[in-house]
Design a binder for this molecule. Sequence first.
Ligand code: COA
Length: 158
Amino acid sequence: MTERDGYKLLGDIEAHLDDAAALHGAIFDKPWSRDALRDLLSMSGTAGAVILSNAREPTFAGFVLFQCIGDFAEILTLAVAPDHRGRGLGRTLVQRVLARARETGAEKVMLEVQDGNLPAVQLYESLGMKAFDRRHNYYKSSDGRHADAILMQVFFDN
Ligand SMILES: CC(C)(COP(=O)(O)OP(=O)(O)OC[C@H]1O[C@@H](n2cnc3c(N)ncnc32)[C@H](O)[C@@H]1OP(=O)(O)O)[C@@H](O)C(=O)NCCC(=O)NCCS
């Protein structure tokens, strides 16, 4: 991603925690507050990346939070703002995680995704991730419905 694409990728999420919490709250059923995000970032190996539009008044377009620990890395959350979807930002954020994970010596990257979240599952599959397990009724939405979590992973051939 270059500035000519109209976006810029930043490796430091600390200055954007309010925007990240607002986007997370607007998308997910169980919002993570600014403090919750900051607590996650204080954990060993946890980091994030954000994408801002490259306009005169930059807007917050998306973010990812991940943890590289030992021989694996995990994507903790990923979100692209609805107005900015379909432009490769989600892929850029996941590729960033894969690159960082490789740099830290991880052998694989894992994540959980809600069953039926087609955009996310297809994004992950397009980057080589495969489903390997399922957690039944892992998610419960505010209206009381349950959904399975699909566990996905990709191994690096180091
Ligand atoms: C999933 C999400 C991050 C994708 O972000 P995005 O910036 O729109 O994705 P990209 O433009 O980078 O798309 C990359 C690939 O993802 C898949 N994809 C993205 N949107 C899709 C859609 N609506 N339907 C099917 N596949 C889709 C495609 O494989 C796409 O590749 P292609 O453009 O070559 O077809 C975004 O939809 C989002 O924030 N969703 C809500 C939060 C969420 O579900 N997070 C993941 C939790 S595990």
